[in-house]
Design a protein. Sequence first.
Length: 215
Amino acid sequence: MDAGPSDAGDVRRVAVVSDCPLFRRGLAQVIGTASDLELAAGVRSVEELDGQLGPGDVVLLDLPEPPVCLAAAVSRLAGQGTAVLLVCSSPRIDIVPPLRAGARGCLSRQATEEEALAAVRLVASGCPYVSAALAVRPGDEPPCHVTHRERQILELLSHGETDHGIAARLGISEHTVHSHLDRLRDKIGSRRRADLTRFAIEHDIITPSGGAGQS
């Protein structure tokens, strides 16, 4: 497995909080495979982390709590300067309150080891991350804000336009198109154009025929 960067001066400490012993141990083992990550703690509750973490550390939070309780836990951890990455088992869980409370992302419990490590590294560097399986939730509102310009780009992308074609149609530079697409990819946690189109259709941002959804 790719262990990622190995700069000994930039090792990130990661704590795993999960009430499931087997899952907690599994995540700890995954963290242990990366030379740029260090397991700081593996505990059952947020309370057990008191005094063990500091600014710049990452917390993988896997607890079967209601969204409001998760939001309170996230707020407590974020207030200590840690980067919180939620772990969710179902796309039906409301991740908006914890995200608003300061969580930097949400990782699916069905994620691969490679995705888990990539997500930890992204939130540690200050970037948001949401697994595509959690971001695309039929019938729900998108868990992230999509701007008017992003809606326009998604509509043209769904028509099969290239980045150059989108730039020409909207009267903007191709570099600007790339910037908008990169932000969209970070929001839904996937780099594939097909996932961007599916996300837009299933959240009524655009229609299957390509029409833009209402703001």
